[in-house]
Design a protein around this ligand. Structure first.
Ligand SMILES: Nc1ncnc2c1ncn2[C@@H]1O[C@H](COP(=O)(O)OP(=O)(O)O)[C@@H](O)[C@H]1O
Ligand SMILES: [Mg+2]
Ligand SMILES: [Zn+2]
Length: 235
């Protein structure tokens, strides 16, 4: 029948009334919504590995329950941010990505930017001294300062040079003064971060965030063992 079309993702046929264009492709409404969400996550800078991270596929334990509950309640009424800290592999980036996904699904009017902190500083640093690139640097800084939700992943894992300390201070102070919402993840608790970034930056982070420990074991090691077991003993 002429008024049927084929969805480019699920390959099923649908009446044209359910057609949704996205980019240059034809989608059914369900796949169109999925494609749009992935595109939003990608544009926000969420790494591909975390596009599927949701609250629903996060395993909650005693060690991460408090942090998990806070992430469920985000955004907070008082516009405070979150500082998620804990050992490697406990799902801090997972939870920050799950928040982003939920905000996009709810059509929240947040302009969200996710940066891995060492990579973020590298991007800014590399553009210094390159006259053709100054705009890029300005763009990254502009976005970091002006996005309505900034996620700085793995703060404290960057090399603590004077320049890095000063650059992070300026961005965090700007967001503090403008009451902008920021989510941080870190392997360091606020006391430990102090050694890297100093009192004035950490004091502002504490002033603007709910700080929660995401405890537990390294999920990557648990998954690795499961994968190796499954490969050794296929069903
Ligand atoms: N509690 C959990 N439940 C489900 N998946 C998890 C959990 N913790 C971690 N993961 C998964 O393990 C991997 C590592 O988590 P990640 O968020 O990168 O850890 P972190 O940022 O704390 O180092 C990711 O693929 C993530 O989806
Ligand atoms: Mg992480
Ligand atoms: Zn489809």
């Amino acid at each position: 029948m002429s008024d049927l079309f084929k969805c480019c993702m699920c390959k099923k046929e649908f009446p044209s009334s359910e057609r949704r264009y996205y980019g240059r492709e034809d989608y059914c409404s369900e796949c169109g919504a999925k494609a749009e969400l992935l595109s939003l996550l990608s544009r926000a800078g969420i790494p591909r590995k975390f596009w599927g991270c949701k609250h629903e596929n996060y395993i909650v334990s005693n060690e991460n329950k408090t942090a998990y509950d806070y992430t469920l309640k985000f955004p907070f009424q008082d516009k405070s941010g979150l500082y998620l800290y804990g050992p490697i592999g406990t799902g801090k980036t997972h939870l920050a990505s799950a928040i982003t996904r939920k905000l996009f699904q709810k059509n929240c009017k947040y302009n969200i930017k996710f940066y891995s902190c060492p990579y973020f500083l590298d991007t800014i640093r590399k553009s210094y001294g390159n006259e053709y690139n100054n705009r890029d640097e300005d763009d990254v800084l502009y976005e970091a300062e002006n996005s309505s939700l900034l996620i700085l992943d793995d703060i404290g894992s960057e090399r603590a040079t004077d320049w890095a300390i000063e650059t992070l201070f300026k961005i965090i102070n700007f967001r503090y003064e403008h009451c902008s919402v920021t989510i941080f993840t870190s392997n360091l608790n606020p006391d430990e971060l102090h050694n890297n970034l100093g009192e004035r930056t950490v004091s502002r982070i504490i002033g603007m965030c709910n700080c929660c420990c995401v405890g537990g074991s390294d999920y990557r090691i648990i998954q690795n063992q499961k994968r190796m077991d499954a490969t050794a003993n296929p069903k």
